[in-house]
Design a protein around this ligand. Structure first.
Ligand code: SF4
Ligand code: SF4
Length: 410
């Protein structure tokens, strides 16, 4: 029997209540998927006896972790499924999957030729070609790349001023802020500086979330080991690490030790998503935010699945509630359906859109000026499917705060 690596193998705690099945967005929309209970704890019992019981339909799991949030017994269902895929799916990743997952390889190239790349990837014939040749669905709007990366902007425009601030942090910006949307990184720096905090960059690599999802485990492990080393250097220099992307954060905190077996126990207490970090500064009285007069917006908040798994949506909601001109509509919890690279794939596109439909309908009913959401891939899915713009809460703060008048007391 093949040796299994299942530190999270608490499948015996399953009491067969089937609650996980009621929340699984794939089970509700794809009859080919057996669902969390049968793919997770039930299947694990068989797989432990013999790997021939591995079921190829596990590839349909989005790894949204909604089943884990629902499970009353704390079974790490999605981890069981992902671990089984790591152990038994021994096919080499397809060219398409490698392209979608290698954000840190594709990003520099696409960014260097951004106007051409964006123009070409928006053309119907090019999308049709990608559909028939490598299987990226033709209906998907492909993310745009920025001309010039966030890191280039930071070095040129912001790095020299950072040491003047009384507190210092390291910023894990991730691939999206660097290659696709540097404005998010600029907003992060502006808000941190207004709060009296200097921003430092690390020699970070991609968090690995897309590599894990696409079976590129050795590459994800290498990146994870590298990242944990640079986190250690940051902590040794007295700087905590602040992140912005929910999926990067969940991967670094939870998937590194559980799936990639990269020990992060000595640094994980020093890593925080930006919303809880900012909320605690304000709640403790260390920062007194001053809001722009006359700033107004009707905002619908969508909690990304991984944000819900980490239990951190409450901090975003509390921050948004502090903004005087902001009318907040809390959307019912629903998966948007894209799940990183999942919804880009031709075989998943239809299910991805079906999963997202309740969310799209609730956004239309809320009629917001824009949606607030911490996840970049949710942003792509919502903007493409509803036409409503999506802003990261950090960017909303950067807009609504009077950055000059905001005070810090340390
Ligand atoms: S992680 Fe999401 S898609 Fe996968 S089994 Fe759980 S609820 Fe279903
Ligand atoms: S919710 Fe948890 S305990 Fe209930 S069937 Fe699913 S895995 Fe088992």
């Amino acid at each position: 029997m093949q040796e299994r690596n299942i530190s999270q193998g608490n499948f015996e705690q399953c009491q067969k209540c089937s609650l996980c099945e009621t929340v699984c967005p794939v089970m509700a929309n794809n009859p080919a998927y057996a669902g969390p209970k049968r793919s997770g704890p039930d299947g694990e019992r068989y797989r432990l006896k013999n790997g021939i019981f591995f079921d190829d339909s596990l590839k349909y799991c989005l790894n949204c972790k909604r089943c884990e949030v629902a499970c009353p017994s704390g079974v790490r269902i999605a981890d069981l499924i992902q671990q089984a895929r790591i152990d038994f799916e021994h096919k080499a990743p397809k060219l398409r999957d490698m392209m979608l997952a290698s954000t840190d390889q594709v990003g520099p190239l696409a960014s260097a030729f951004a106007p051409i790349a964006n123009f070409a990837l928006g053309l119907k014939p090019v999308k049709g070609l990608l559909d028939v040749t490598i299987g990226v669905d033709r209906h998907r709007t492909l993310p745009k790349y920025a001309s010039g990366t966030f890191v280039q902007w930071f070095r040129k425009n912001a790095a020299a001023a950072q040491q003047a601030y009384p507190r210092q942090i390291s910023y894990f910006h991730g691939c999206y802020a660097n290659f696709n949307y540097p404005q998010l990184g600029k907003d992060f720096v502006a808000v941190m500086n207004a709060f009296g905090i200097g921003v430092n960059l690390m020699d970070e690599r991609c968090c690995g979330v897309a590599k894990i999802a696409n079976g590129m485990i050795p590459a994800a492990m290498r990146d994870a080991r590298h990242n944990v080393e640079v986190f250690r250097d940051s902590v040794a220099a007295g700087r905590d690490i602040v992140t912005v992307s929910t999926s990067c954060t969940m991967t670094i905190l939870e998937e590194y030790p559980e799936l990639l077996k990269v020990d992060n126990s000595d640094v994980m207490g020093h890593i925080s998503l930006v919303e809880p970090y900012l909320y605690k500064l304000i709640a403790s009285g260390a920062v007194k935010p001053v809001w722009k007069e006359g700033w107004k917006a009707r905002v619908a908040y969508h909690a990304p699945c991984h944000q819900e798994r980490m239990g951190l949506s409450i901090f975003t909601l509390e921050l948004l509630r502090m903004i005087p001109g902001l009318v907040l509509v809390e959307l019912e919890s629903n998966c948007c359906g894209i799940a990183g690279t999942y919804g880009f794939k031709k075989e998943n596109y239809e299910v991805s859109q079906k999963i997202g439909k309740p969310l799209f309908d609730s956004i239309a009913a809320a009629a917001p000026d824009f949606v607030a959401c911490e996840c970049e891939t949710c942003k792509w899915q919502i903007e493409m499917s509803t036409g409503v713009p999506v802003k990261n809460p950090v960017s909303i703060l950067a807009e609504a705060l009077d950055l000059e008048k905001t005070e810090y007391l340390f």
